[in-house]
Design a protein around this ligand. Structure first.
Ligand SMILES: Nc1ncnc2c1ncn2[C@@H]1O[C@H](COP(=O)(O)OP(=O)(O)OP(=O)(O)O)[C@@H](O)[C@H]1O
Ligand SMILES: CC(C)(CO)[C@@H](O)C(=O)[O-]
Ligand code: BAL
Length: 280
């Protein structure tokens, strides 16, 4: 695995690979890697493209600076996991490589409605930061394919919009959510949970499954109330339990027939924020 810290060095290497006819697949991450991330690298490899993974904890997407300070970092272990997964290239930039003119000078993209709901409402400025870093990384890596996880469903919608705004022909591949045995979506932030909290957090997935199973009842308001109570009973504080049109994230008050829907939950366990979703 080649490791680059400087944009110029990565660019020089990728130019050679492009000249050799290679196509590039890109997996952007913030590190503290787990099987969810590795599944994205595996998908990239299965597609037969050069696998480029980045690890960069992007300061501009953290609306809560304590969350940034506490974000888990495990670069040595991450490199080991990527090596074992057969990742071709790791890009490990620092802030000055990503924001050479300063964080305040990075361009801002307008995601409209998508930035006003759910994660956008709970984490003001978050998607502005995601747009800034993903745009910069895409300009550096110039991949044919971009691999992202469905776990961050709204982020996938935002990035899909970003690709349209940027007018690139990079294809977005949205990859399935990898879960622990009890259904908890794998997430870097899970490692901050205590063992009892970790066990209780499995309720988030159970709630999503019950929202999916109860669509025949046609009473989402009641199902939402039940889920909020279940989450609270396990020590979680729900931020939202929502239903939306899966294509554009238009929020729905009730189940709709003949609409591909997505149920989304965000909940806090102490100061740890967890998100998950399910298609229905
Ligand atoms: N369980 C998962 N299954 C599949 N993809 C995932 C999973 N968790 C994260 N990803 C994807 O990995 C990419 C990098 O995500 P990130 O580094 O923020 O990890 P994370 O585990 O989501 O961390 P966080 O604690 O910030 O939620 C994103 O595209 C994200 O959707
Ligand atoms: C896409 C991303 C790497 C941008 O920092 C981040 O938001 C993430 O890891 O999901
Ligand atoms: N996985 C999304 C990145 C974040 O929580 O900031």
């Amino acid at each position: 695995m080649f490791i680059f810290k400087k944009v110029g060095d990565l660019d020089e290497y990728l130019q050679k690979r492009r000249a050799d006819g290679d196509k590039i697949g890109f997996v952007p991450t913030m590190g503290a890697l787990h099987e969810g991330h590795i599944s994205l690298v595996a998908r990239c490899k299965a597609d037969g493209v050069l696998s480029v993974c980045s690890i960069f904890v992007n300061p501009t997407q953290f609306n809560d600076k304590n969350d940034l300070a506490r974000y888990p970092v495990s670069t040595e272990a991450d490199m080991e996991l990527l090596l074992r997964a057969g990742c071709d290239v790791l890009f490990l930039p620092d802030v000055s490589e990503i924001y050479p003119g300063g964080e305040d000078k990075a361009p801002v993209y307008d995601f409209g409605y998508l930035d006003t709901i759910l994660e956008g409402a709970q984490r003001p400025g978050h998607f502005k930061g995601v747009g800034q870093v993903v745009a910069r990384l895409l300009q550096i890596v110039r991949p044919q394919k971009l691999y992202m996880g469905q776990k961050d469903y709204q982020q996938c919608m935002v990035v899909r919009r970003l690709l349209q705004i940027m007018g690139t022909d990079t294809e977005l591949e949205i990859c399935p959510i990898i879960r622990e045995a009890d259904g908890l979506a794998m997430s870097s932030r899970n490692r901050r949970l205590t063992e009892p909290q970790r066990t209780l957090a499995g309720i988030i997935y159970q709630c999503l499954v019950s929202i999916q199973a109860k669509q025949g009842t046609d009473n989402f308001a009641l199902v939402r109330k039940e889920c909020e109570e279940l989450l609270r009973a396990k020590g979680l504080t729900p931020e939202y339990v929502s239903l939306a049109d899966a294509r554009d994230l238009r929020l729905l008050d009730n189940y709709e027939h003949n609409t591909l829907m997505v149920a989304l939950i965000a909940a806090r366990m102490g100061d740890i924020r967890l998100i998950d979703n399910i298609l229905l």
